[in-house]
Design a protein around this ligand. Structure first.
Ligand code: SF4
Length: 218
């Protein structure tokens, strides 16, 4: 089997969607292994290594065996594996609503247009903001979502600047702002957003409130 026919998978499980405009809905998560970034606040470092190499057909059938309409492909960074784009196409063909969580560093050009991309824009506190692939914004449409994870006021001001300077809200109404758990108080973020009249969706990572001890990050 070739590189397109297999995937290294960290886990496949059913939970509720913790973020995005789909927050709260039952969702099947397909988590791939491996990431080429090292965000300081990464909540899924367990997905950097290990996992199991599986046939793409098996990943597909396991994802379709669950009862959820929603499937999220996440990582790690899914787009590092060439089999991910065909997998997402097949999930769309099967009638699933497909979300892709991606870091903003990987090229999103080949992603099926039916997929809802949830793309990070890395703020300075991540230590990886120099890796943002700004060309990716050309491929963001109203069905996609742009996500900032903010560790402090500097990150907030970075987000505010990027929204304006790069015209994010002309591309999608879905600009998400979340806080690094334990580093920035959501109440501070809400106050700043209201004071500036920013048209962003402040989101809490729902799964971390439901399962604070062993949150399965998404
Ligand atoms: S891109 Fe995502 S998986 Fe990779 S280090 Fe950053 S937060 Fe972790």
């Amino acid at each position: 089997m070739g590189r397109l026919d297999t995937l290294v998978i960290h886990e496949i499980y059913v939970s509720i969607q913790g973020e995005s405009s789909y927050a709260g809905l039952p969702c099947t998560f397909v988590r791939t292994t491996g990431c080429n970034l090292r965000c300081t606040w990464c909540d899924t470092p367990q997905a950097f290594y290990g996992g199991e190499r599986m046939a793409r057909a098996e990943v597909l059938s396991r994802a379709l065996a669950t009862a959820t309409d929603l499937v999220e492909v996440t990582g790690g960074e899914p787009l590092l594996q060439p089999g991910v784009n065909p997998l997402m196409r097949e999930l769309c063909d099967a009638g699933r609503t497909v979300l892709l969580e991606t870091s903003g560093e990987a090229d999103v050009r080949e992603v099926d247009p039916r997929v809802h991309k949830i793309m990070d824009i890395k703020a300075p506190g991540s230590g990886e903001s120099h890796r943002n692939r700004w060309d990716n914004l050309e491929h963001i449409t109203a069905r996609d979502e742009l996500k900032f994870v903010l560790a402090d006021r500097t990150d907030y001001e970075f987000m505010r600047g990027v929204i304006t300077e790069r015209g994010l809200l002309a591309r999608t109404p879905h600009v998400l702002a979340s806080t690094v758990f334990g580093r920035l108080l959501p109440s501070d973020l809400v106050r700043w957003v209201l004071a500036d009249g920013l048209k962003v969706r402040v989101q809490l990572q729902l799964h971390k409130h439901v399962w604070p001890a062993d949150a399965q990050g998404v």
